[in-house]
Write a protein that binds this ligand. Structure first.
Ligand code: BGC
Length: 413
């Protein structure tokens, strides 16, 4: 029988800004409220995970999952430059403790896209001071929380700005971005507003790769001992035409991060779809292929391709730290999980060192500029009542985790 190995991580993920609610001190909260804004709607109460984490972690454990990947919020932990909130750190200690009480290993992301307002007002990641500021925050948080952490990552998808550069130019709303940033500067009373999503991608890449290695040390500076790595965004890039710039794209977007990941303990692979690359940029979906709510091709096989690609490039162990689909049709999520895991299984059979599968997302949540419309959750959230509803896909993944093998969805009922 092809069983998944003992000790394999089975989990689900969230990120603070997308689920906690009222992350008012963050740069993104500012951008959500500018006029004009790129955001379809503001995050507001989100899933109130800040208060409901005990219930949510219990639900995750009850499904049969053994790992919860979540981020701690810099904007809460250091609301003013140099002031570290003991109350916020204690909150995250309680979250970590709740994981352990439920037999769940916590994988903690120290940076998942959002920054404190004051950091944005200094110019964000583009400025040389960013590294030391981030390292100080990592050090303080790790010292406070380290004894309860099982795995840690420095950055979530730090290569995303480079990846976005490959979008066809026609898809980028330059004018709105410019006006939104100006409005954010006015709101903060500064001449700068450096946000992760909007910064100069090359500067960000250089700053963040250089910071990663030192951040791994900072993450390990506290009590406890755990592996620390980085999670990057990958697509299954497919070259279209003899003059495709696919390899150039890969070199630009991934190579620096594969190098950086080699200086940590593991690489987190995050993937959702394939991407066809032409002679100038990405080409968009192939006509006729099923699309998800994000407009991505329904392409669960991307996981196997990305794992093989990453394995060829790094020597450290790999964890799938995000993989999933946005859909209102949960039967498509089940099919996606089944096929993605079949690909992962092929990789394991060939000896590729993949140690876990963490699904995005535990909850339907705030999908950045798209607001709440895309549904990535294994668990639905009624935003008026905050009631949680377990979807069949959650039970399916949980059952696979319990039995350590891919199951026929029909057999789950
Ligand atoms: C991010 C998540 C996001 C997900 C789905 C990843 O890029 O890490 O925050 O919600 O993809 O788009």
């Amino acid at each position: 029988m092809d069983l998944f190995p003992d000790g394999f991580l089975w989990g689900a993920a969230t990120a603070a800004h997308q689920v906690e609610g009222n992350n008012v001190n963050s740069d993104l909260w500012v951008l959500e409220h500018t006029e004009p804004t790129l955001f379809a709607e503001p995050s507001l109460d989100a899933c109130d995970h800040y208060h409901r984490f005990p219930e949510d972690i219990k639900l995750l454990a009850g499904l049969g999952l053994n790992t919860y990947r979540f981020s701690i919020e810099w904007a809460r932990i250091e609301p003013e430059r140099g002031h570290f909130s003991r109350t916020a750190l204690e909150h995250y200690r309680r979250m970590l403790a709740a994981c352990h009480e439920n037999g769940v290993s916590p994988m903690v992301t120290f940076y998942h896209f959002s920054s404190p307002r004051w950091f944005a007002a200094l110019g964000g990641w583009e400025k040389p001071a960013a590294s030391d500021l981030f390292l100080r925050y990592c050090d303080r948080a790790a010292r406070h929380l380290g004894d309860l952490i099982a795995f840690a990552t420095t950055f979530n998808e730090p290569n995303l700005p480079m990846l976005l550069r490959w979008l066809p130019v026609s898809e980028i709303p330059f004018i709105t971005v410019k006006r939104m940033v100006k409005a954010a500067q006015r709101a903060l009373g500064t001449g700068r507003f450096g946000c992760f999503f909007l910064g100069d991608a090359v500067k960000l890449r250089d700053r963040m790769t250089a910071t990663h290695e030192r951040a791994v040390e900072a993450l390990k500076s506290g009590p406890g001992s755990y592996p620390a790595g980085v999670s990057i965004a990958l697509q299954d890039e497919q070259a279209v035409g003899a003059d495709s710039r696919r390899d150039r794209k890969r070199a630009e977007v991934y190579d620096p991060w594969f190098d950086a990941a080699g200086r940590g303990d593991f690489l987190g692979v995050q993937t959702y779809t394939r991407c066809r690359v032409g002679k100038k940029s990405d080409l968009g979906p192939e006509p006729g292929v099923e699309l998800t709510q994000m407009g991505y091709e329904f392409w669960p096989e991307a996981l196997e391709a990305c794992l093989r690609y990453a394995h060829a490039r790094v020597a450290v162990p790999i964890y799938v730290t995000e993989n999933g689909i946005s859909t209102e049709d949960d039967t498509r999520r089940i099919e996606y999980i089944r096929r993605a895991l079949a690909g992962l299984r092929n990789c394991l059979a060939e000896g590729i060192d993949v140690r876990g599968y963490i699904h995005w997302s535990l909850l339907d949540n705030f999908e950045w500029i798209l607001g709440y419309r895309p549904k990535f959750g294994l668990i639905g959230v009624d935003r008026a009542t905050q009631q949680r509803t377990i979807k069949p896909s959650a039970r399916y993944l949980g059952e696979i985790a319990r039995r350590k093998q891919i199951l026929d969805p029909a057999a789950i009922g």
